[in-house]
Write a protein that binds this ligand. Structure first.
Ligand SMILES: N[C@@H](CCC(=O)N[C@@H](CS)C(=O)NCC(=O)O)C(=O)O
Length: 212
């Protein structure tokens, strides 16, 4: 069958999730850089969001669906635990990240730096200051959740693949970076996974020209 094509901007946290999983599985793929709402993305995603994927006749959108396909259709270590409860916890974490952590940490906080929409292009201080207390609460929760070194169980799962790209950017921002350095479990978790070959191989270029 033809090679997997991952379509989307490498700066995007969700594109990186899919790429990390492809590397973990040993899936040979081409990355085709494309922003949201471009023709190749709109052809697959009804809302024009990245990432999207092609593999021969298969076309998929939504990061969770794509990583399920990569994990299930290719050999290599499964990124989902065998145990039913542990699998449910992986699902639980991905849902929490998609519905609670990403909206606050990426959409409200990080994008106020990266795509501020201010007249002078400087970070939107009002939006940042308003969301910082919520960012601190979310980081505290993640510190309590990552004490074992993984979000679920004792191996790297899809849940970790969804969180690491967000932490990468948070580590570089003033308020969240300073907070992470003082949260020992979260800091150790991030450093540990930053050293994985799948994570090192997918470090994004500087943000700013494509959607995070
Ligand atoms: N639910 C989607 C979210 C993907 C997403 O939000 N992608 C961002 C870039 S990280 C995007 O395409 N934003 C443009 C938009 O929402 O219009 C998924 O899991 O793949």
């Amino acid at each position: 069958m033809s090679k997997v094509e991952i379509i989307g901007a490498p700066q995007s946290t969700y594109v990186r999730v899919v790429r990390i999983v492809a590397h973990e599985k040993g899936v040979d793929y081409d990355l085709r850089p494309a922003g949201p709402h471009t023709p190749e993305v709109d052809a697959i995603h009804p809302f024009g969001r990245i990432p999207v994927m092609r593999h021969g006749d298969v076309a998929l959108c939504e990061a969770k669906a794509i990583v399920e396909y990569l994990d299930g259709a290719f050999p290599g270590p499964s990124l989902k635990p065998a145990d039913a409860l542990a699998r449910a916890k992986v699902e639980q974490w991905i849902s929490l990240i998609n519905t609670g952590y990403d909206p606050v940490l990426v959409r409200k906080y990080l994008l106020a730096y990266v795509f501020p929409g201010t007249p002078d292009g400087k970070p939107d201080r009002a939006r940042i200051d308003a969301v910082v207390p919520e960012v601190m609460r979310r980081l505290g929760e993640l510190d309590r959740a990552t004490g074992s070194g993984h979000l679920v169980g004792e191996t790297f799962t899809l849940a970790d693949a969804f969180l690491i790209p967000i932490l990468h950017y948070l580590d570089t921002m003033p308020e969240s970076g300073a907070a992470m350095a003082k949260l020992p479990a979260l800091d150790a978790y991030f450093q540990r996974h930053a050293a994985r070959s799948s994570v090192k191989a997918t470090v994004p270029p500087p943000a700013g020209r494509a959607a995070t």
